[in-house]
Design a protein around this ligand. Sequence first.
Ligand SMILES: NC(=O)c1ccc[n+]([C@@H]2O[C@H](COP(=O)([O-])OP(=O)(O)OC[C@H]3O[C@@H](n4cnc5c(N)ncnc54)[C@H](O)[C@@H]3O)[C@@H](O)[C@H]2O)c1
Ligand SMILES: O=C(O)C(=O)C[C@@H](O)[C@H](O)[C@H](O)COP(=O)(O)O
Length: 552
Amino acid sequence: MARHSRHEMAARRRPAAVIVGMMGAGKTRLGKEMSQMLGIGFADADQQIEEAIGMSIPKYFARHGEAAFREVERRTVAETLGSFDGIYALGGGAPMTPAVREALHDYAEHGGRVIYLLADPAEAMERARRGGGRPMLDGDADARWMALYEQRDPVYRQVANVIVRTHGMTPKAAARKMIEMTNEGIVHVDGAGIEPYDVRIGEGALNHLPDVLGAGPVRVALIHTQSVQRHSDRARAILRKAGYQVSDIVIPDAEAGKTVQVADGIWQRLGNEGFTRSDAIVGLGGGACTDLAGFVAATWMRGVRYVNCPTSLLAMVDASTGGKTGVNTPQGKNLVGSFYTPAGVLADLRTLTSLPNDIFIEGLGEVAKSGFIRDPEILTILEDHADELRAFDGETFLDSPLKPVVAELIERTVRVKAHHVCADLKEAGLREFLNYGHTFGHAIEQLEHFRWRHGNAVAVGMVYAAELSNLTGHLDRPTVEYTYDLLDRLGLPTSWNGAGFDEVLALMHRDKKARGNTLRFVGLEEIGRPFHLDDPDQQAVREAFERVRQQA
Ligand SMILES: NC(=O)c1ccc[n+]([C@@H]2O[C@H](COP(=O)([O-])OP(=O)(O)OC[C@H]3O[C@@H](n4cnc5c(N)ncnc54)[C@H](O)[C@@H]3O)[C@@H](O)[C@H]2O)c1
Ligand SMILES: O=C(O)C(=O)C[C@@H](O)[C@H](O)[C@H](O)COP(=O)(O)O
């Protein structure tokens, strides 16, 4: 169910999902429902064990004790994790065995989905009582259930990478939700100075909001633009249902929202509404909105919990991950800000249903960038699907063959981003490669007073960087031509003629990579091999500009 590389898929048999949770949570019932919907097999660990030991579990418990039972359970689970490819439901106590936890961890590390099916205690106790045959509930069943729940809940949370609430849902609706939530791409971000977090990519990813926010916050500021009202309504409903007090904060659209004046308005509101350090901020929108929301989260009381919910392709693949937050100033793009890691990123593919075509295409600029600097497979996918991508239509997107293509592009691009960010959060060297095309691109944005979209400016910036790499003897001509050709096929611009060289040069000197009077670029030696191009020949800097301009 989860998307993996074609290689990985062929390499191993393993369950499509493993379900853990308390007795009576509905693991078997919903697991069977999921398997039927997906047309794959279902296995229940307790049933497997009973077949293996040739008697009921209560009888085995009475004769041999819990330790002997856990050993059989451990063996059964280990064998099934390596040989079965359907939905697998574990007994409630299985994850309490350290070796089972390790096996689940290994399974999850290799892309497996461990679902913690959250139980409504009253419903689950009632079901567990009715079901009978549970030696762990001998005596006062309800009191035993609660005691076990307190012990096991933190362990389930530790082993699971998907937590699903299904309270009050029909089995079919619950199973559908579980499928949706397990069918996600997950990219884990970790490294020096980073509190680890996951980027979740899939339909329904917003459902994770309560679990990412956790129990700490009472108030949540939901910062968004008017353009994504439909999705912020859904987020607000999820948050309210989970018991948070939600403050809805609408900011001006796009770069107009990414200013210190807008941040100041929100700081005032948070102050008036009594937001404390344990409260939280959710940013939902394009990259401009999430950059601003992250900046407010980083600065309010010197930092509160922040969840990033990107709704444009560009924000999903780039702005969501890595913790760069900030605002623009009249002198330039992103000049004020901080590195502030989110508690989680929820890229819900449903939000793309309202995304206009031109803004989707703009996002392909940053997708292509990741292909050029690290993952050539991205470029192959872009080439193979250029026409369909160019014709993106949000209204039909979710039911179209384009959905898995876009999901794979997002996941791959986020992995490229995570690779750089995990090794170099504060941009001391490696992370600068993510700035490929940005030195020239940011100058265009500024000179066009932000009427040019970021991804479009980066596309022209990549052409400039490729030309400059060629002029300085690092990149061959065919790769430069390929850059023009691919971007053009995707509907991205490859030239610009909006200002003179001196104005562009002055802005490139203000780029954050510049040091003193030295210009610094990210260049390319070949696809997948970026390098630091420091203080390039001045003639080449000008000639690359002329080449980009002549195309216009
Ligand atoms: N922090 C980072 O690492 C990082 C990385 C890349 C870009 N950025 C920043 O992100 C910004 C660009 O992001 P962007 O391209 O998303 O621009 P944006 O935020 O301006 O969004 C583009 C437009 O699309 C609209 N929109 C977004 N999602 C929508 C949806 N689902 N339905 C309908 N309309 C929707 C927005 O309201 C806006 O009008 C720039 O400010 C850039 O500097 C930051
Ligand atoms: O995350 C990074 O690092 C990047 O450089 C990603 C860029 O694609 C992104 O546009 C970022 O906002 C640029 O940041 P800046 O530091 O150059 O302003």
